[in-house]
Write a protein that binds this ligand. Structure first.
Ligand code: AMP
Ligand code: MN
Ligand code: MN
Ligand code: MN
Length: 302
């Protein structure tokens, strides 16, 4: 569903969800901003997992290229035993509550990485911690880094296989993690003056009823929005997102979740416009213009 003054080829000039190598992206913040500039983006949010450490470098790169940076992060949370991802947008980076919370998560990640490596050693995969830490460049370790290690060392061919065989719930490398409660994460983001947004709602394997319960709880806790447009999202996902945003009175966000190597099928600057009739978070962040100059159709001759 697109509004009357948008065409099917329009692409958003903003993107509120992407990763640098501060978390599990493959590009440095500066390289990422360069790629965003090449892709014609005018406003971006850097949303590294459980970290805001890339924002300063991204801010410098954005200033040099005339791009607006929205300060963001993507925080791991627990709701009803499920691991959810909550994007925080427009956060104040000097907020004590948020910084203390993120520091705790980074410590949990280090302990989890050590436990994961021990579990992998038990199934005959040695040196996982050392090798994964090298891939992470000494920074935060995520399951994405473990997946790159397992692929690079020939244990698997593709990321989806790695998660199915080794890193997904119940598999040999899986370690259950007590991420903070959803309400706690919403409070951190709100305390830092930000907007709390449920990331990629379709990725949690929630039944229709559980999804409604989760979004209802989230709205009651003071959560602000959800991603209606995600990288490579299907039209039916967009329609579901539209319905949920309307029903729970949530703002609608759009983000690619670009990681580079880990998401080779996601291209920057390729997000379609939001369905009409939603309360767009871009308006709350005073962001314009909403779409890039229309590209000619791919089969156009010149
Ligand atoms: P972590 O936050 O350390 O548990 O790692 C989660 C990250 O792993 C997500 O942000 C994704 O980037 C990646 N991931 C999770 N599941 C999959 C999957 N099935 N295939 C590829 N990447 C995945
Ligand atoms: Mn990730
Ligand atoms: Mn995520
Ligand atoms: Mn993400």
């Amino acid at each position: 569903m697109i509004s009357q003054n948008q065409s099917a080829t329009d692409r958003l000039a903003y993107d509120f969800h992407m990763h640098s190598n501060i978390s599990d992206g493959s590009l440095s913040p500066t390289e990422l901003v360069d790629r965003c500039a090449e892709a014609g983006l005018k406003t971006i949010a850097l949303t590294d997992h459980d970290s805001i450490d890339g924002l300063e470098e991204a801010g410098q790169a954005c200033r040099a290229r005339g791009i607006r940076l929205v300060h963001g992060t993507e925080i791991s949370a627990t709701w009803n035993d499920k691991n959810l991802h909550i994007v925080g947008l427009n956060i104040q980076t000097d907020n004590g509550t948020l910084n203390a919370g993120l520091k705790g998560l980074q410590e949990m990640r280090q302990e989890r990485a050590e436990s994961m490596a021990k579990r992998l050693a038990k199934v005959g995969i040695p040196n996982a911690l050392e090798e994964t830490a090298k891939i992470a460049g000494g920074g935060m370790i995520t399951r994405t880094h473990f997946s790159h290690f397992l692929i690079d060392h020939g244990y698997c061919r593709r990321p989806d296989q790695v998660f199915k065989r080794y890193l997904g719930q119940g598999k040999p490398g899986y370690v259950k993690t007590e991420w903070p409660a959803l309400e706690t994460v919403v409070d951190w983001i709100t305390d830092a003056g930000g907007y709390a947004i449920v990331a990629h709602p379709q990725r949690y394997n929630l039944s229709a009823t559980k999804m409604r319960n989760m979004l209802g709880n989230f709205a009651e806790m003071g959560g602000h929005g959800l991603e209606v447009i995600v990288g490579n999202g299907a039209p039916q996902d967009r329609n579901a997102g539209h319905n949920w945003a309307s029903r729970f009175n949530l703002l609608a966000s759009a983000g690619s979740d670009f990681h580079g190597r880990a998401t080779p099928w996601i291209k920057l600057g390729n997000l379609p416009p939001l369905p009409a009739g939603l309360d767009n978070i871009a308006n709350h962040l005073s962001i314009a213009p909403q779409t890039k100059p229309t590209q000619p159709p791919l089969n156009a001759t010149s």
